[in-house]
Structure formats: structure tokens, C-alpha cells
Ligand binder design. Structure first.
Ligand code: PEP
Length: 248
């Protein structure tokens, strides 16, 4: 089994040119574990700028996209546009998109399908709310979310990374314990083995996201089914380097 450790940064709607230049300079200083893949999700308006200053060993992602190549969709960007300015990835299904922008499973699936068809790689986010966890529905929710994506992903699994992000842990400072995260990752792999294929279950990379910091990353990274992180707040800080290096 060789799943390459992959750490995504999600800057969300943060930064300006000065701050971005500072973060990229810090990433260039590293040192970054050469065995870890790094993908940085940036606000679309800065994609081309970030790409122009980012070293080649770090990929750039958009944080959202629309589901068709072009047309009368005021305010949206398409996967073709993301690719055109050097983006290689897109983050889809983030809980902030699901809750604040009311994106449902079927819309997320349409976006995933179109992004993959266009040639982008996709970080597909899933995760339960606090209420769902407390009522014992974690597996039901994440299985439903992943099931909705199956026709969209079809046989493109090598271009997809799953991010398990319990909503109650995002931006709250409340991290899932390594055991809680590992249990869900293992359940997801088991579900994929039964519903897709043992090969996909074995090879797909599953990131954990939710208040990952330099202080908790090593313990989480040591879990056998955690293949990296999707990092919000800490991706804006120098400690992101330690998170990238957490599997060393
Ligand atoms: C995220 O935005 O995907 C995330 C996990 O945020 P944070 O690390 O700040 O909890």
C-alpha cells in the first residue's frame, strides 16, 4: 500500500496580495517533506497571482467552481477557467458551501463530474454536524454524501481525494480525537470496498480536516487510514510547514 501523504491548505476568503506573498515565501523556505504532496486552495481572484509566485512542487486549487464551462452565470468560475490560469485542483462540497450557500449533494455531484471531466483534480469534502454525531448518525451522513458522488466520480478515482471534515471541528478549535477520525476513515474505506471496489478503498486518499494544528497533526497523521489533512486556519500561519511534515 502506498498512499502519498497529501496536505491541503484552505485559505477560505482570507488574505491580500501582501499576506499571500508572505505565506508563499514561508512555504518556499520550508523545508517541506518531499514525500508529501501539497495543494493550496486560494480565493479564485488570486489564483493566477498565486500560481505565478508558487514553486512548482506546490499545486494550486480553487475553493469552488460551477458545473458548466461558460455562459450566463454571473459571479461564477468554471473548471476550464481554473485550469486556464494554472489551477490543478478544486475543493468541492466544503461544509461552508453546504451550509452557508445551501449546496446539496446533487449540485455538488454535478460540480464534481464537470470538474473531473474538464481535467481538474477534486478534493471532495464530507462530514457530519454536531447534532448528527450526537444522534449517532455520523456514518449514515458520510455514506449518503459519498454515495451521491459515485456516478460523478465514475472511474476517475485517481483524480479524487476525499476530505472527512466533521463540521463541529471546522474552525472551532475542537479537533476530532485521532481515534474518532481513524474510525470514520476506516468505515469509509470499508464502505468503498463494498460499494465501489477493494482497489478504490485501498488506494483513495482520505484527508482529515477540522482544527488541525502543528500540535495535533503528528498524532492524527500516525493513524493508518489518515492520508493527510485539509487545513483551514493554520494554513495561513507558519505552523502549516509542520503540518505538511507531520508524517515524517
Ligand atoms: C477547513 O476549512 O476545511 C478547515 C478544516 O478549517 P480549520 O482547519 O480552520 O478547522
Amino acid at each position: 500500500m502506498s498512499r502519498r501523504f497529501i496536505v491541503g491548505g484552505n485559505w477560505k476568503m482570507n488574505g491580500d496580495k501582501d499576506k499571500i506573498t508572505e505565506i508563499v515565501s514561508n512555504l518556499m523556505r520550508g523545508p517541506l517533506d518531499p514525500n508529501a504532496e501539497v495543494v493550496i486552495g486560494v480565493p479564485s481572484i488570486y489564483l493566477a497571482y498565486v500560481k505565478s509566485i508558487m514553486p512548482d512542487n506546490i499545486s494550486v486549487a480553487a475553493q469552488n467552481c460551477w458545473k458548466v464551462p461558460n455562459g450566463a452565470f454571473t459571479g461564477e468560475v468554471s473548471p476550464a477557467m481554473i485550469l486556464d490560469v494554472g489551477g490543478e485542483w478544486v475543493i468541492l462540497g466544503h461544509s461552508e458551501r453546504r451550509t452557508i450557500f445551501n449546496e446539496k449533494d446533487d449540485l455538488i455531484a454535478e460540480k464534481v463530474a464537470h470538474a473531473l471531466d474538464t481535467g481538474l483534480n477534486v478534493i471532495a469534502c464530507i462530514g457530519e454536524s454536531l447534532e448528527e454525531r450526537e444522534s449517532g448518525k455520523t456514518e449514515e451522513v458520510v455514506f449518503r454524501q459519498i454515495k451521491a458522488l459515485l456516478p460523478a466520480i465514475a472511474d476517475n478515482w485517481e483524480n479524487v481525494v476525499l476530505a472527512y471534515e466533521p463540521v463541529w471541528a471546522i474552525g472551532t478549535g475542537k479537533t476530532a480525537t485521532p481515534q474518532q477520525a481513524q474510525d470514520v476513515h476506516a468505515s469509509l474505506r470499508h464502505w468503498l470496498a463494498l460499494n465501489v471496489s477493494p482497489d478504490v478503498a485501498q488506494n483513495v486518499r482520505i484527508q482529515y480536516g477540522g482544527s488541525v494544528t502543528a500540535a495535533n497533526a503528528k498524532e492524527l497523521a500516525a493513524c493508518s487510514d489518515i492520508d493527510g489533512f485539509l487545513v483551514g486556519g493554520a494554513s495561513l500561519k507558519p505552523e502549516f510547514i509542520d503540518i505538511v511534515n507531520a508524517s515524517q
